[in-house]
Design a protein around this ligand. Sequence first.
Ligand code: FES
Length: 160
Amino acid sequence: MTTIAKDLSVVDKILAECGKNEGAAIPILQKAQTHFGYLPEEVMEYIAEKSDIKATQLYGVATFYKQFRFTPVGKYLIKVCHGTACHVKGAGKITQSIEEDLRIISGDTTDDNLFTLESVACLGCCSLAPVISINDKIYGNLNNESVLEVIKKYRSEMEG
Ligand code: FES
């Protein structure tokens, strides 16, 4: 696997904006993740080097909060809502159906880096339950078959 060197000057800007002490760890990590899509090891080390936050503290914060990730996401990020309304209307089956179709488990990315599957809390449109989002586009009133049609559309877009 090839690693591409990251442009770490962005991290300098983030530190200038957020501050360099432990209290700023969450906003620093959030901004870094927004920029890089995840928290690469070299970025974590660079933050530790350039700030007053120790690497162990940084990793402590980043692993505590579910919002942070250490691996890149696929081109399409599928979030399956597991909030109460969606749970009642079969979110479990939706996730299972996608897992079987993509041959990954929730939290993972397909080998071709096309899809990442996640389970999340309420997406805020419970009347459409069960709901998923793909890169922030919402799909509702799904079942374990129609959700696969949605995913198929994204796949065929890629195949052109
Ligand atoms: S519970 Fe799924 S959108 Fe609210």
